[in-house]
Design a protein around this ligand. Structure first.
Ligand SMILES: Cc1cc2nc3c(=O)[nH]c(=O)nc-3n(C[C@H](O)[C@H](O)[C@H](O)COP(=O)(O)OP(=O)(O)OC[C@H]3O[C@@H](n4cnc5c(N)ncnc54)[C@H](O)[C@@H]3O)c2cc1C
Length: 536
């Protein structure tokens, strides 16, 4: 009996998925496919690939246990065409359905492809809204209507009111204010204990995936093992509960802190679970609110956490779907330098960068301030071409999908959107990193010096950035103070920053290499080698 072919993509692992609604176990088939194109459109971290393939296989098993017919195509299965389109076509031939159902994808690239699926397979393809978010794209469009610039804070307040989260009985913000960020900027005191990490030992299904990823993607940047991610909804839930119990109470206080050898501190490490559907953001926010109301978690922690999930996460998604595809093409500051190799090798005397890149290689994880104020800030100060920075972030983090990565990198870090997402660039000197971490104490550069060969490069690069981008940034009301300081600076000092920066850039890139073409990631294989040869 022909039924519906329900195509579930790798980041759609939610039982309540819109494309699974109304599923008829007798007639319908769920299609899932591990495809080469998705695993390689950037050179994803091996942990990220293994996490997704294993989570997909577990999800399929779960559906089967519930009596659903699942057609699951493995990466190495003979005949696998390597693309969504190809696998859909083959499945249509196998099952002869009368229609196809799918949920709206997470990336523009896939959306463009998906719009052509109906023509290709000659069947109606029903694309259902992705209902796993607080704010549908049309709701965000209404918020953005008539505003030249957006601000997360105003959007977040609307979301709090609309979804009744952390409100007092009068419908006003709990604690009398919307945002407790001012309390959330502490560095980690010496001797402060940090929560234990939550890890899950790989089961047989994950072990099989690890073997596949080792063989096929072992030459991508990043360590595959040890592998400790949850790959089922139950284990992702356990990971979140672990966070709630051990880390949430101090999440707010140490949200911005960084410390040597401490990869996760008081963060939840659930981005990868939320973004592929193993966790539901609404349940997560409700759970945090419950902890606050039970008196187990202070308001600065609960509000700070909910702001990330209900505020930032929804805000960046809203901007992505509102502004793509043009959003990705802007380059407001005209940044053009290539991404330095140290982003792939971690080999640099700057301790902060070595630490964050090293951790990224091991864990496919860095927390927000590490992404924003260390690797992000350095790329901004150098003037790296936004597309190259974006590709790096999309490849190296287990939670990276373009809808969430791009606005964070393009808008928040690189200011390439001219201030649509955030009012000013987050540019900072080494002082910020020193205040929020213990990295600088172990660095061979001196963060207290602003110029000369021993000075922290972030210091003179910071001033150089302001000088190089003066035409674009001086008029920004939030940058007025810093440009006044620059105006008062003795010309010799200014020239010193320029000279130190020129010397640093020369050393970093080598003569003439600042215009070298972008690498699509560490070029581990020679030009001319094809993708398929590379993993043979
Ligand atoms: C340059 C840059 C790139 C980023 N790329 C990604 C990405 O590819 N994928 C991704 O999910 N997040 C990204 N973020 C946001 C944030 O850094 C990660 O969500 C967070 O570090 C994930 O770790 P966690 O789960 O421990 O987060 P926590 O600190 O515990 O925060 C809880 C949750 O809040 C949400 N969140 C927090 N900040 C943001 C934000 N700025 N945008 C969207 N969601 C947020 C995430 O879902 C996160 O899991 C990026 C931030 C920056 C500055």
């Amino acid at each position: 009996m022909p039924g519906t072919l329900r195509f579930v993509l790798g980041d759609q692992l939610s039982p309540g998925l819109s494309s699974l609604r109304g599923l008829d176990k007798a007639a319908d088939t769920v299609l899932m496919a591990e495809v080469w194109d998705e695993a390689t459109y950037v050179r994803h971290h091996p942990k990220k690939i293994a996490f997704l393939f294993s989570a997909m296989r577990h999800f399929a098993e779960d559906l089967r246990r519930q009596g659903v017919r699942v057609d699951y195509v493995r990466l190495d299965q003979p005949g696998n065409t390597g693309s969504f389109r190809g696998e859909l076509l083959r499945a249509v031939e196998r099952h002869r359905p009368d229609r196809v159902a799918v949920t709206f994808p997470g990336e523009w690239r896939v959306w463009e492809d998906m719009r052509g699926w109906g023509d290709v397979c000659g069947l109606p393809v029903e694309i259902a809204e992705d209902t796993r978010f607080f704010c549908p794209p049309e709701r965000f469009r209404a918020h953005a209507q008539g505003r030249k610039q957006l601000r997360m804070e105003f959007f977040y307040r609307e979301m709090r009111r609309e979804h009744g989260i952390l409100l007092d009985p009068d419908g006003e913000p709990e604690g009398g204010q919307w945002n407790f960020d001012a309390e959330n900027r502490k560095s980690l005191p010496r001797g402060q204990p940090v929560p234990p990490r939550f890890t899950v030992a790989p089961d047989a299904m994950t072990a099989e995936v690890l073997d596949l990823v080792r063989r096929r993607f072992g030459n991508h940047f990043g360590d595959l093992e040890p592998f400790g991610f949850a790959v089922t909804a139950a284990d992702a839930e356990a990971a979140f509960e672990h966070f709630v119990r051990h880390a949430l109470p101090l999440f707010g206080d140490y949200q911005d802190a960084m410390a040597m050898g401490q990869d996760t501190l008081f963060h939840s490490v659930i981005g990868q679970y939320l973004n592929c559907g193993l966790l539901d953001p609404r349940a997560v926010c409700r759970r945090v609110e419950t902890e606050y109301r039970a008196g187990r978690v202070p308001l600065n922690a609960a509000e700070g956490y909910i702001r990330q999930v209900l505020g930032w996460r929804e805000y960046v998604r809203g901007i992505y779907w509102l502004k793509m595809p043009d959003y990705a093409r802007t380059n407001h500051l005209g940044a053009h330098r290539p991404l330095p190799d140290l982003y792939w090798t971690g080999e640099t005397p700057l301790r902060c960068l070595a630490e964050v890149v090293g951790q990224t290689r091991r864990e496919a994880y860095a927390h927000h301030i590490q992404r924003l104020m260390v690797t992000g800030n350095f790329a901004l100060l150098l003037g790296v071409e936004p597309a190259q920075v974006e590709e790096w972030y999309l490849a190296v983090y287990a939670d990276a999908y373009e809808w969430v990565e791009l606005p964070n990198v393009h808008g928040m870090v690189m200011h390439a959107d001219g201030g649509y997402l955030g009012s000013k660039p987050y540019a900072a000197s080494g002082k910020y990193i020193d205040r929020m971490s213990d990295y600088c104490g172990r660095c061979s550069f001196d963060v207290a010096r602003t110029s000369g060969p021993d000075a922290c490069p972030m210091n003179y690069l910071y001033w150089n950035f302001l000088i190089e981008n003066e035409g674009k940034l001086r008029g920004n009301p939030r940058m007025g103070m810093i440009y006044k300081t620059l105006d008062k600076m003795a010309p010799a000092k200014r020239d010193g920053f320029r000279a130190d920066s020129a010397r640093f850039l020369e050393n970093l890139y080598g003569t003439g290499s600042v215009t070298k073409p972008a690498l699509s990631s560490p070029d581990l294989f020679a030009a001319g080698t094809t993708r398929h040869q590379e993993d043979a």
